[in-house]
Design a protein around this ligand. Structure first.
Ligand code: SAM
Length: 215
């Protein structure tokens, strides 16, 4: 399928382990098809949180285990990461995770339903070269898309370890009529993700943005 968006990721097959491949056989059981599917799933839980680009699934797995009353939707295109999440679901008998194994913009584009109580984007691909900045996921159009899918007062969390991306995110959020900076959080994050840890190991600061949808 030809996308109307510039790719915000490099589709890497990565090194996939036998275990991840085995786990991926269960993907269809946990796949979220569309917004109708999501609406139906949401009725079974007290709230719904979307994590975009969950990578190796450290955060979504831990938060789903600690908060069984919340439905977690994880979106990712990196198959080894999806395999890892499916392994965690199986090993810990997690019942509150659904996966959208595709570009999240396909799900959110033109979505008319304000459904999410929180959206988290932990270390989106930084695209550090200036000529690639247009591929960055966080831009005004994307923020509008998020806004359309979030309930009033819903929480938005974004982090990055790239100062230049952080400056751009701050500018976009501060000029947005959809979101306001907030001291409140949806759920406390307990573990560092792979990319947050990598950033810290390289001596980089992790910039964190906590916002709420205005109305
Ligand atoms: C830099 S990695 C960060 C992974 C993880 N959040 C972490 O902090 O370790 C960014 C991830 O976002 C995913 N990604 C990028 N654009 C995406 C999109 N449009 N929809 C879903 N996932 C996306 C990529 O596949 C990649 O795994």
């Amino acid at each position: 399928m030809r996308l109307k968006f510039l790719p915000s990721f490099v589709k890497r097959r990565g090194r996939i382990t036998k275990k991840q491949e085995e786990n991926l056989k269960n993907l269809s059981i946990f796949t979220l098809e569309d917004m109708n599917d999501l609406q139906e799933e949401c009725t079974k839980f007290s709230s719904c949180c979307l994590e975009i680009g969950f990578g190796n699934a450290e955060n979504i797995s831990q938060q789903a285990l600690s908060n069984p009353e919340v439905l977690f939707i994880g979106s990712e295109v990196y198959m080894p990461g999806i395999g890892t999440l499916l392994g965690n679901i199986k090993e810990s008998n997690i019942k509150n995770v659904r996966i959208f194994p595709n570009d999240i913009r396909i799900l959110l584009d033109k979505n008319p339903i304000e459904i999410f109580d929180a959206i988290k984007i932990i270390c989106p691909d930084p695209w550090p070269k200036e000529r690639h900045h247009k591929r960055r996921l966080i831009n005004n159009d994307f923020l509008k898309m998020l806004n359309n899918s979030m309930k009033t007062n819903a929480y938005l969390y974004i982090s990055t370890d790239w100062e230049n991306y952080a400056e751009s995110i701050a500018e976009i959020l501060n000029n947005s009529k959809f979101f306001k900076s907030s001291t409140k959080k949806f759920l406390e994050k307990e573990r560092l993700s792979k990319f947050e840890k990598r950033g810290e190991d390289h001596g980089r600061h992790i910039f964190k943005f906590n916002y709420q949808k205005i109305n």
